[in-house]
Write a protein that binds this ligand. Sequence first.
Ligand code: NAD
Length: 264
Amino acid sequence: MDLGLTGKVALVMAASKGIGKACAMALAAEGATIVMGARNKETLQQAADELQQRYNVPVLALPTDVTKAADIQAIVEAAVQQFQRLDILVNNAGGPPFGYFESFDDAQWQAAFELTLLSTVRLIRAVHPHMRSSGGGRIINITSTSVKQPIDGLLLSNAIRPGVIGLTKSLSVEFAPDNITINNVCPGRILTDRIRSGSSVLSRTAAGASEEEALRDLAQDIPMKRLGKPEELASLVAFLASEQASYITGTTIPVDGGLVRSLL
Ligand code: NAD
């Protein structure tokens, strides 16, 4: 299936590794021009070089902290200046810290809000005029299955990510007349540094268990009995970014090997 992405320009955030990098790769594989941002200049450039060598598409990599309004403005302006358009936004960031209620003070709640919800708002605000002027666009937010079923030990995600779902549903209505779709993709347990670093908190293994033991335990709850690969999530993102997904908007789709048992 040709996803019709050749000539489209995609902005992918937190794209130096993990899910963000896999999304950038999947879109590049379909011929999209890629603008990628993440905080660390060296790892971001490495990811951009790898993508360019593999897919030979135009790439712009710019160090960006999604919690900084000025960085967001700068990457969107640079993208439009270099490629004259912006068609796709993959809203992604690092996850908020793991922990329970008593571990967080106001500053940590505020930081989680800025990382998870406000960055999403700001990026959408920055790209929206460009999508509108080019006749349409695709916005895909990477969230978490915590929006379907709270995850023990991930209070900040459980409390703040549902705001992204409310935002998405509202904007799907506001943006529909401009032919801009907006959807959420929810990783379940995808094998990246994020799940590795959280494996001891999330798993039931005893203190002192190895990371591999903790990851094996996490796989046991998943009907498919394995963690997901970043590419398995990125293929859905590429599809949602495509021409074929033109009538899908306001949805929230888990990629979790069947982990979440909720009906909706
Ligand atoms: P990861 O740790 O592998 O990668 C995170 C990326 O985010 C890195 O490139 C990092 O540089 C970047 N980043 C962090 N803070 C940033 C900031 N302020 N500005 C710009 N870039 C920033 O994580 P991942 O597994 O790829 O996770 C991506 C998103 O998906 C996160 O929000 C995570 O919480 C969420 N998620 C992941 C899983 C999973 O199983 N991996 C499950 C549920 C939700």
